[in-house]
Each structure stands twice: as structure tokens, then as C-alpha cells.
Design a protein around this ligand. Structure first.
Ligand SMILES: [Zn+2]
Length: 774
């Protein structure tokens, strides 16, 4: 309504300006002294210009009339709707409720510009559409030799003579925030040591690089380190040695997570980084989620990232893209007709993100360059050829062997810049491992870089170092499409890592926790809205001193626990049982805390006299509609006990639209009446509550109230015990089950059921088919 008023005023203003301009123009024509002096003889050309202007003004005037009459119509229409009573079902004497028509449209008109994507065909079509790629592939899983899932790669030694190969070896450590161990156990056993060593070892040589992605771990570590160490970390980030990649709270699962939670965990991580380190991530790193959604590149693009990397893609797709040099592409949304959603994506070509599968096609050789596996260590190479420490005596031979792998891998990509990740799960947790990897690789790099005839430049790099070099080489600014790179639309589900090992069971495993995730998400959104509204009211009333501001910490904590659960072993259900329980405990704790936030905010908002507000944590003003006794128990709905005084029900609508809703409430008596806050009776229906198909829960009834709920608002309802035989209070009889088929019908519909199964057999309007039963 407010907006319409503004439009009215604005329209009227335009109208006035137009009339006034016309007046001024005519006035000027009549009173211009210079024109009088010239005896009123205007040159012909000037007269015609004036005539044109007057015609234009007249036209403008007419248009203004039209606008104003439109506005008048709209205002009249809205006023007519607003004057009507809040439409609730009427209860006529014949005993059936009649639903009123919608009071006013609850949707906004959509401008054609908003849906350009729906027009289709305007932009160029993508080079690669994943559905088409799937139908193209034979999925024959042929043995490719040393690169089992690929093919032989060959090259000419002089291929890099004019343009040398530029190699970026990117040290990384994949830290799952819960999998075999819980989040805390991993932190204490490994992650804190990795990050502590990182600070020391990176400072030993400015040529060293490292990347980190899980902010959940990083923030926990940050809370436990000294100011000097924090300053050192900021320096390492500032000078480009340490890069925070993606910067989400976790590396989320992309199949089960809801986009709300994906965004939430990304915001939580990015805000933490901005606040504590002063950095914004530029590149995405997702080496372990089991398949990739096209939503993630969209979210990363909108978060200002310019490039991203993915790894767990079906081996047949990897092979196909490797053969066609399409492993790097611009990933575009299917609904986007132009390039506004494009983000550069690098797909890793081989089986895994571990060292044996990242230097080149032959894992037997690459494993020899994982210096954590040097003889005498805890792990070795399954291909039976161990790594050897790099010495002056063997560096030439070792470097040549590795360069051969680099060159072969490079043949799968379009540019002469090569990305070689160097890490694995929870790597670099001991200082010796840092030394083994960084010292041996530096010796190889020094050798390669000292031999111009090899036409290679190798170094440690971060992920963005690689993308920057790629962009520099092709001569365009980061974020744009490198010439010749394909555009791809679609996603990378389902994923198989080998043979017929499809990672699809996790779409439905541990469904209880997948459901709890959505419940927490909904409560988090509701609590955030109510807390913000209540706090805004309290501040305006000068009552924020009495409001429980500490609730904000509960909100933050819930966001972080929800974020943690988006991890690719959490919501996916792939973590060990004890770890799943740990997540469950966190989710339940946050759910309970959010209910407190909701109760506190609703309490404040429903009070007519805000001065009467007193927060007493020991005696919450409201109860909640359901409770859970443990992390793995189903919710138990609260039964409202009716007595001599009315019980009040506060209903919250978290949607930004008014809605007509059926609100179900459990009560302990069939004698119940529901009134609005003002005492107006509301239509309701009483139902039995069932233990099983035939057992009724004694003394518990569900009253379903039809109530209109304001947008982003609360509505108070009253529940009264009614002892005077109102028609709402119908005694309930359960008849013994019979095997005969039976039908139910009203004036609109007839539904027939099979007696022995209870399944719906057929339904059709009454009277349509006589007594005939098909
Ligand atoms: Zn992982």
C-alpha cells in the first residue's frame, strides 16, 4: 500500500511538472520582451520549433493523465480489498466449512527482463552439455595401461622449445572435519600440528607455498594460537605463500546439502577470513565431494571467485575430457543465455588427489615422488618401487623421470601451464614430512630450472598462482574465458571412481540425520528472523539492555554446527558411527538453543507492554511445539493441557508472504474451542491421534486450526476448554476393521478403498458413475 501511495504522489508530481512546464513555455512565448521588440514577427523556423514543443508537451500531458488514471484504478482496487474482512472460512448452518477466496494476490508481477533465460536461444549454446556427453560415452571401462582408466600419452620432445612448460606444484593437506575420527579428535591428533608446522616451515624458505580450505579447523586453531603466530599467518597470506582456497566452513557435500546451508557455510567461512585475516578467497578447491553440483560454481562465482577445481568425476568423463582437451572449461548455468555465470573450472584428470595420481598418468612413477613414503616411514608405495631421496648423484635421472610425467599430463590440457597438487589426507602433520617434501622437490626444481635445454620452469605454487599464470599466458584478465576453452553446462552426478562402483548410496544413507539437517536449517532461519525483529524493536524502545543479546552467540554456534554438517562425510552419511553421533549431538544441541532464541524473541514481540518484559532463562515464557530427548530420537509433539483458563498459542510464519495455514496442535481433551487473539471463534477440526493403523492414543486429540498468518509475523490463538457441547467436540468411536471395501464421499468427491489393505482404489466425483464400481 505504501508503495502505491508513493507511486501516486510521484505520478501527481510528474503531472504537475508537465503542466507547469507547459505554462512556463506559453508564458515565455507571450512575455518575451525581445520578441515583442521585434514586433511579434517570429522567424518561421522558431514558430515551428515552438509548435513541436507544444505538441510534445500535450502528448506528455495525455500520457500523464493515463498514468494517473491507472494509479487511481490500482488504489481503488487495493482499497476495496483492504476494506474486506480478513477472509476466514465461514461456518454456515448446513455444517460444512466454506473456504473464502484469496483476499488479494500474494505474488508479484514478473518483468520480462527478469526471466531472460526463459526466452532461450539468445546466447550461444554450450560446447559441452553434460546430458549429451553421458549419452555419447560407451562406459566400456577399457584398460588404458599404466593410466588404467585412460590411455597412452605421447609427445614430441621439442614441443616446449618455443614455449616452456611452467609447472606449479601445489602442496595441500585434505582435512576432513570428521570422518574416521570426530572433528575434535582430528584437530587434536593432526590438524593443529599441521598448521603449527606450516607456520614454522613456510618461514624457512620464501619459495614454499601451501593452501588451506577448511575454515572450521582453521578458526579452531586460530583461537588457540598466540598473537605472534597470528601475525606470522597474516604475513604468509599477505606475501602469497599461504592461500585460503574456497574459504567455506567445510568442503561441502554437493548432493544432499540444501543451497541455503551451502551459502550459509560459505558466508560463515568468508566472514571469518575477512574479520581475522583480512582476505577474500579467489579460487575454489573441492577435491573430495563425491560428485559436483552445478549450484556450487554459481555460488562461488557470486562470491567473487574467478576459478575453481574439481576432482571426483566419473572416470569415463575424465577420460573423454582428457582425450578432447576439455578438462578445463567455463562452467555455465543451464538457464544462463550469456556468460554472466561463467567460472573457469579445472578438472583433475586421474583417479585420486593423492601424490601417486597427480604428477602424471603413471602412479608407479608418481608414487616415487611422494617423499613421505621414503623407506623406513609408516607408509610405502603399493607399486613396489619406493621413492629415493634426491641427491646430486641421482637428481638428473629423477628429474627427467618426473618431467616425463609432467609433460604427459600437460598434453591433456590446452595451455602450457601445469598444475600438480602435492598432498593427501591429513598430510604434513610432522616437521619431518615438510622437510622431506619441500627439500627434495626444491632440489628437483633447482635442477630442472638450471637446464634451459629442458624448456621447463618448475616451482611451488598456490592454486591461484596456477590460475594467474594460466591467465597471464593466454593474455586475458582472470575470470574471462581463455580463447578456445569450451563452455560447459550441467553437473557431475552420479560419480563412479572405478569399475561399477557408483557413489549413489550416500544420497539416502542415514536419512534421520539428513532430515535433522533440514529441521535445524528451518529453525535457524526462523530464529534469525525473529531475533533480528525482536532486537530491532528492543533497540527502538531502548530496552536492549534487558534483551538477551547473548542469543546471538547461540545463533552463530548453530550456523557453524549446521555448516560443519554440510561436510562431505557428514550430511553424506559416510562417516563412522561414532562420528555421526557426534554430529547428531551438535545438531540437537543447536536445535535446542535455537528454540530458546525463538522463545525469547517471540516472548518480546507478542507483549503489548514492552516495559513488562523480563527475561528469565530459568522460566521460559513459552514452550515449544515438540521436543527431542536425544540426538537419535524422533521428536515428541507437545500436548497442550486444557484447563479452566485459556491456553495461548503463538504461531510464527517465517515466509515473507501472508499465508492461510492449517495449524495442527495436540490437546488433552476433545472439548476444545479455538479463538483468535481478539476472541473471534476460528474454524477447527478435531482428529484422533493414532499409535498404529488401529490404535488410538488415549486422551490426545489433534485440533487443526485454519489461521491466516501475517508475513514474517506472529499470530496469537486461544485454546479454550469447552464443556457446553459445541459441535467441534465430537466423541470419537473406532469401529472394528472389516475386510469389506468401502467408500467415502462428499458433494465433490467419492473415494473408494480396499477393505483388506486400506489402499485407495479409485476416486471420482459423486454421481458421475451411478452405483457402478469399476
Ligand atoms: Zn574428505
Amino acid at each position: 500500500m505504501k508503495l502505491k501511495k508513493q507511486v501516486t504522489v510521484c505520478g501527481a508530481a510528474i503531472f504537475c511538472v508537465a503542466v507547469f512546464s507547459l505554462y512556463l513555455m506559453l508564458d515565455r512565448v507571450q512575455h518575451d520582451p525581445t520578441r515583442h521588440q521585434s514586433g511579434g514577427n517570429f522567424p518561421r523556423s522558431q514558430i515551428s520549433v515552438l509548435q513541436n514543443r507544444i505538441e510534445q508537451l500535450e502528448q506528455l500531458l495525455e500520457e500523464n493523465h493515463e498514468i494517473i488514471s491507472h494509479i487511481k484504478d490500482s488504489v481503488l482496487e487495493l482499497t476495496a480489498h483492504a476494506e474486506g474482512q480478513p477472509a476466514l472460512p465461514q461456518h454456515p448452518l448446513n455444517g460444512s466449512w466454506v473456504l473464502p477466496p484469496e483476499s488479494r494476490p500474494s505474488f508479484l508481477s514478473v518483468s520480462p527482463q527478469d526471466c531472460q533465460f526463459a526466452l532461450g536461444g539468445k546466447g550461444q549454446s554450450p560446447d559441452l552439455q553434460m546430458l549429451a556427453v553421458y549419452s555419447l560415452l560407451p562406459f566400456d571401462n577399457q584398460d588404458g595401461g599404466v593410466w588404467k582408466q585412460g590411455f597412452d600419452i605421447t609427445y614430441e620432445p621439442n614441443e616446449w622449445d618455443t614455449e616452456p612448460l611452467q609447472v606449479f606444484v601445489v602442496p595441500h593437506s585434505h582435512n576432513d572435519p570428521g570422518w574416521i575420527k570426530t572433528f575434535d579428535k582430528y584437530y587434536y591428533d593432526q590438524t593443529q600440528h599441521i598448521l603449527n608446522s606450516m607456520v614454522l616451515k613456510m618461514q624457512e624458505d620464501p619459495r614454499r607455498r601451501f593452501i588451506w580450505s577448511e575454515i572450521s579447523f582453521f578458526s579452531k586453531w586460530w583461537d588457540n594460537i598466540s598473537a605472534q603466530k597470528r601475525a606470522a599467518v597474516r604475513r604468509l597470506v599477505g606475501n602469497g605463500q599461504l592461500e585460503m582456497v574456497t574459504g567455506g566452513w567445510v568442503m561441502p557435500d554437493e548432493a544432499n546439502s540444501h543451497y541455503f546451508a551451502m551459502i550459509d557455510q560459505l558466508i560463515e567461512g568468508h566472514q571469518w577470513l575477512e574479520k581475522n585475516i583480512g582476505v577474500t578467497p579467489r579460487s575454489g578447491w573441492a577435491v573430495d565431494p563425491f560428485g559436483y553440483s552445478s549450484t556450487m560454481p554459481y555460488l562461488l562465482k557470486r562470491s567473487n571467485l574467478t576459478a575453481m577445481l574439481i576432482q571426483r568425476v566419473h572416470y569415463a568423463i575424465k577420460k573423454h575430457f582428457a582425450a578432447t582437451q576439455n578438462l578445463e572449461f567455463m562452467w555455465r548455468q543451464t538457464w544462463d543465455p550469456d556468460m554472466s555465470t561463467d567460472i573457469l573450472c579445472h578438472m583433475m584428470p586421474f583417479y585420486s588427489y593423492d601424490v601417486p595420481h597427480t604428477c602424471g598418468p603413471d602412479p608407479k612413477i608418481c608414487c616415487q615422488f611422494d617423499f613421505k613414503r621414503l623407506p623406513g616411514g609408516r607408509i610405502n608405495c603399493p607399486w613396489k618401487v619406493p621413492p629415493r631421496a634426491i641427491t646430486d648423484a641421482n637428481v638428473a635421472e629423477r628429474a627427467q623421470l618426473l618431467l616425463d610425467q609432467y609433460r604427459k599430463k600437460s598434453k591433456l590440457y590446452r595451455s602450457k601451464v601445469l598444475l600438480v597438487p602435492l598432498g593427501d589426507d591429513f598430510r604434513y602433520d610432522k616437521p619431518q614430512e615438510w622437510d622431506a617434501q619441500f627439500l627434495n622437490y626444491q632440489r628437483i626444481f633447482d635442477f630442472l630450472n638450471s637446464r634451459p635445454d629442458l624448456h621447463v620452469q618448475a616451482q611451488f605454487g598456490t592454486l591461484s598462482d596456477y590460475f594467474d599464470a594460466l591467465y597471464k599466458k593466454v593474455g586475458i584478465v582472470p575470470g574471462m574465458r581463455p580463447p578456445g576453452f569450451p563452455v560447459l553446462t550441467g553437473d557431475f552426478f552420479s560419480y563412479a571412481d572405478r569399475e561399477d562402483h557408483y557413489w549413489t548410496g550416500y544420497y539416502t544413507s542415514r536419512p534421520f540425520y539428513k532430515s535433522l539437517d533440514r529441521v535445524l536449517e528451518a529453525h535457524l532461519r526462523g530464529a534469525e528472523i525473529l531475533y533480528s525483529l525482536a532486537l530491532a524493536h528492543a533497540r527502538r524502545a531502548g530496552a536492549d539492555g534487558r534483551y538477551p543479546l547473548a542469543d546471538y552467540a547461540l545463533l552463530s554456534n548453530a550456523r557453524r554446527n549446521l555448516g560443519l554438517f554440510q561436510h562431505h562425510d557428514a550430511i553424506a552419511g559416510t562417516a563412522k558411527e561414532a562420528v555421526a553421533v557426534d554430529y547428531g549431538v551438535r545438531l540437537l544441541q543447536s536445535l535446542t538453543n535455537l528454540k530458546r532464541v525463538i522463545i525469547n524473541a517471540a516472548h518480546y514481540l507478542v507483549l503489548g507492554d514492552k516495559d513488562a518484559y523480563r527475561h528469565d532463562p530459568a522460566a521460559p515464557f513459552l514452550g515449544m511445539d515438540e521436543t527431542r530427548s536425544s540426538q537419535d530420537s524422533l521428536p515428541e509433539r507437545t500436548v497442550v493441557k486444557l484447563g479452566t483458563s485459556p491456553r495461548f498459542l503463538v504461531v510464527f510464519n517465517p515466509l515473507e508472504q501472508e499465508r492461510l495455514s492449517v495449524v495442527p496442535v495436540l490437546v488433552d481433551s476433545p472439548h476444545v474451542r479455538v479463538l483468535s487473539e481478539e476472541g473471534q471463534p476460528l474454524p477447527s477440526q478435531l482428529s484422533a491421534v493414532w499409535n498404529s493403523a488401529t490404535d488410538v492414543v488415549p486422551n490426545v486429540y489433534q485440533v487443526s486450526v485454519l489461521a491466516r498468518l501475517p508475513a514474517l509475523g506472529l499470530r496469537v490463538l486461544q485454546l479454550h476448554k469447552s464443556l457446553d457441547g459445541h459441535p467441534e467436540a465430537v466423541p470419537l468411536h473406532v469401529f472394528p476393521a472389516a475386510a469389506d471395501d468401502f467408500c467415502l464421499e462428499n458433494q465433490h468427491l467419492q473415494a473408494c478403498f480396499l477393505g483388506h489393505t486400506g489402499l485407495l482404489q479409485v476416486s471420482h466425483p459423486p454421481g458421475c458413475c451411478g452405483n457402478h464400481r469399476p
